[in-house]
Design a protein around this ligand. Structure first.
Ligand SMILES: *[C@@H]1O[C@H](CO)[C@@H](O)[C@H](O)[C@H]1NC(C)=O
Ligand SMILES: *[C@@H]1O[C@H](CO)[C@@H](O)[C@H](O)[C@H]1NC(C)=O
Ligand SMILES: *[C@@H]1O[C@H](CO)[C@@H](O)[C@H](O)[C@H]1NC(C)=O
Ligand SMILES: [Zn+2]
Length: 498
């Protein structure tokens, strides 16, 4: 069901319920918090209990998360055939969703702060602010964490941090201004050039899904001997999940799988992965033998609904678009893969940005990857998943502070990749296991790929280190893609010697 028909259904439910029970509406103005769904934490709620739940601190489970999950589940239209199910919760949620549907999220006055994590107690403070929806967390390194501060919360967050003597600095004064400057429209000349090229893709701009998919199809049509495209599934909203394969057909080839765009707002990821595709497909004849003698599989946009949503509605959306209300829709696909699913650094609350979903591979997007690997006869030696930001090359495990038996191999190749990136583009990448270098997070595509026996499995966190964060201007696309391609070439060499 499309989002439009959902909205219509929801409006219908809302209106019929409103007619049946007018008094309810008075209590449930759209601007108010939802009575059950988003419960305001009371002051005496034990902050320790909350922080204990996740060592990493980014991943906090609501104390009553179980209850929340059930509330939301009940509100899905499929589950509410019975009139009695149209409760106060549903009505207020639907009002909010209907309101949400007509306007783009505006980040005017919202700020990005870098908060020091060197003083104990930061986690408790930030968790409390986050649960009140005053901040959300972005990237982190060992000694600081980036937070988005809502405009109406600047004073309160300042007070809270000052009270605990936690140091912070403002990195972005006005997020909306940055968003407006991030992806400027192309001039007339470029538009004309696109028409002559036969596709609209370039690496001077962040593109809509249609341009990206048009480019993949163009390559398959232009280079049928080496390039093929197929759909490996459909998203919640029915968009195709396209996979592009580049292969010279040599039966001895090992295979490498690359996914991009798991997280909707990390635009540099699909931009970079399509850059690799372009490089290999357009220059295949003159490419290195290491590149030619690999079967390459690319899914540049694994979360197509979320990606489009970041272009049309909310630039900073992270999850997929599993139906739900407001920020309680969507599942974090990189918590939904089926190895040690549900562990540390994940949430069972649908309203959370790291919501893992109701069960492993519950989402059509992650399921598509699982199904593809089940049906593929290729012998995969590497799986890379591209994200932003922070400049990391991370290997398993993510679920906990542990490493696989061949971690020394993974570390050695990772270090070589970082060196190649540095000598090409001068950016520093840090190398290590995800749980160790960042924080534990279970259910990632990297852990799952490793668990099915793929040797060289990495999460690459592309640029930057928290100056622009997710809102990386377009002039960075080519340098970031180019230097990271040097890292990919190192990986290709390792695949041949493994
Ligand atoms: C983390 O970022 C801060 C601010 O940019 C920097 O001062 C610090 O050195 C970084 N820490 C690590 C471990 O890279
Ligand atoms: C900020 O704090 C004041 C005083 O505690 C409170 O009344 C107000 O609602 C808070 N603002 C927000 C946006 O939470
Ligand atoms: C990059 O790493 C080198 C050595 O590892 C260090 O000297 C340099 O300061 C780093 N640059 C940045 C921008 O972090
Ligand atoms: Zn990500």
């Amino acid at each position: 069901m499309g989002s439009w028909s959902r909205t219509v259904l929801i409006l219908f439910l809302t209106i019929s319920a409103a007619v049946l029970s007018t008094p309810l509406i008075n209590k449930l103005q759209p601007d108010k918090e939802w009575p059950q769904l988003v419960k305001q934490p009371s002051q005496d709620e034990s902050a320790e209990t909350i922080s204990e739940k996740s060592k990493g601190g980014l991943a906090v489970e609501l104390v009553n998360g179980q209850h929340l999950a059930e509330t939301v589940k009940k509100t899905e239209p499929e589950d509410s055939e019975n009139e009695d199910d149209v409760s106060a919760d549903i009505i207020s949620k639907c009002l909010i969703e209907a309101k949400d549907d007509f306007q783009k999220v505006d980040y005017t006055g919202a700020q990005l702060w870098k908060v020091s994590t060197e003083k104990n107690g930061w986690r408790v403070v930030l968790n409390r602010l986050r649960r009140r929806n005053l901040i959300s967390t972005w990237g982190t390194n060992g000694t600081s964490i980036d937070i988005l501060v809502q405009p109406n919360a600047i004073q309160n967050v300042t007070n809270a941090l000052n009270r605990e003597k936690i140091h912070f600095e403002i990195i972005i004064e006005d997020l909306q201004a940055r968003i407006n400057q991030e992806n400027p429209p192309l001039d007339e000349n470029e538009i004309e050039l696109q028409d002559r090229r036969g596709h609209r893709m370039n690496w001077k701009q962040y593109h809509r899904l249609e341009d990206i998919y048009g480019f993949l199809d163009y390559l398959a049509k232009t280079y049928p001997a080496i390039v093929s495209v197929k759909s490996i599934g459909n998203s919640h909203e029915g968009r195709e999940i396209k996979l592009l394969r580049i292969s010279n057909g040599n039966p001895k080839n090992k295979a490498v799988f690359i996914d991009g765009g798991i997280h909707a707002r990390e635009w540099i990821s699909p931009a970079t992965v399509t850059y690799y595709i372009n490089q290999f497909a357009e220059n295949f004849d003159v490419e290195d033998d290491d590149i030619k003698n690999i079967d390459w599989y690319f899914v540049p946009v694994l979360n197509p609904d979320g990606y489009e949503y970041t272009h049309l509605k909310d630039r900073l959306w992270r999850k997929n678009r599993k139906p739900g209300a407001g920020r309680c829709s969507g599942v974090d696909l990189n918590r939904n893969f089926g190895y040690r699913w549900g562990g540390k650094g994940t949430s069972n609350s649908p309203c959370d940005e790291i919501y893992r979903g109701p069960r492993a591979f519950s989402e059509p997007e992650s399921k598509a990857i699982q199904d593809f690997f089940k049906s593929s006869a290729s012998e995969f030696s590497a799986y890379l998943t591209y994200h932003s930001y922070g400049q990391y090359i991370l290997y398993p495990w993510g679920y906990d502070n542990a490493v696989p038996p061949d971690h020394l191999d993974l570390n050695a190749v990772g270090k070589k990749m970082a060196t190649a990136i540095k000598s090409t583009g001068d950016d520093n990448y840090s190398v290590g296991s995800s749980s160790n270098l960042l924080y534990p997070a279970a259910g990632g595509s990297d852990d799952w790929a490793k668990s099915i026996g793929i040797k060289y499995t990495y999460t690459i966190e592309l640029n930057d280190r928290g100056f622009y964060g997710f809102v990386l201007p377009t002039q960075y696309i080519e340098p970031v893609a180019k230097e990271s391609l040097a890292g990919l070439r190192v990986l290709a060499a390792a695949v041949h010697t493994a």
